[in-house]
Design a protein around this ligand. Structure first.
Ligand SMILES: C[S@@+](CC[C@H](N)C(=O)[O-])C[C@H]1O[C@@H](n2cnc3c(N)ncnc32)[C@H](O)[C@@H]1O
Length: 148
C-alpha cells in the first residue's frame, strides 16, 4: 500500500516500557516533545490553534502479535482489536496529547505514553464529537466497574 516514513521522532522521558504507567486508571501526565523533521515543518502551520492533537506513531520496539491478549487492565483475555496492545499486525499507535507550545518544528505536549525516539507517522487535530452518553467502553468499562 505505502511505505511509512517518519515525519519526526518523540523526545520522551521514558527510556524503557516498564516506566510507562499501565493498568486501570493509569494516567499519562508526562510531557515530551514531538520533533518534526525540517522537511515537514511547514505542515505545522496553524497548529497552535488546537488544544489537542492525535499522534499516530509506530511501535518500533515490538514484535509479532497474538489475536487474543490479556491486557494489564484485566485478568481476562480479549480480542487484540479490542485492546491497545503494542503487538499488532500493523504496529501503529494512536495517542491524544495536549499541545502546550510550539518552537519551530518542536511541539511540546502533555500526555505521552511512548518511548524516547519513537517514530511519528502523522499528526491530526483532535476534534471530539462523540457525546459521552453515546460512548460504550466495552470490556474495559466492565473491568473498571469490577475494580471499583
Ligand atoms: C498500551 S500502548 C498504547 C499506545 C497508544 N496510546 C495506543 O493506544 O495505540 C502503550 C504501551 O506501548 C509500549 N510502547 C511505548 N512506546 C513503544 C515503542 N516505541 N515500541 C514498542 N512499544 C512501545 C509501552 O509499553 C506503553 O506502555
Amino acid at each position: 500500500m505505502f511505505t511509512p516514513q517518519p515525519i519526526g521522532f518523540v523526545s520522551s522521558p521514558f527510556k524503557d516500557t516498564k516506566s510507562i504507567p499501565k493498568g486501570i486508571g493509569a494516567q499519562h501526565p508526562e510531557e515530551g516533545e514531538l520533533r518534526i523533521l525540517p522537511e515537514f515543518e511547514a505542515g505545522l502551520t496553524d497548529i497552535e490553534g488546537y488544544s489537542h492533537l492525535i499522534v499516530l506513531w509506530a511501535f518500533d520496539r515490538s514484535d509479532g502479535f497474538d489475536l487474543m491478549v490479556t491486557p494489564p487492565t484485566d485478568s481476562r483475555a480479549h480480542g487484540l482489536f479490542t485492546t491497545r496492545s503494542p503487538r499488532r499486525p500493523n504496529p501503529i499507535a494512536l495517542t491524544v496529547v495536549e499541545l502546550l507550545g510550539r518552537d519551530g518544528g518542536s511541539l511540546r505536549v502533555r500526555g505521552i505514553d511512548m518511548l524516547d525516539g519513537t517514530p511519528i507517522l502523522d499528526i491530526k487535530p483532535y476534534l471530539s464529537n462523540v457525546p459521552a452518553e453515546k460512548l460504550r467502553r466495552g470490556w474495559l468499562g466492565e473491568a473498571e466497574a469490577r475494580k471499583g
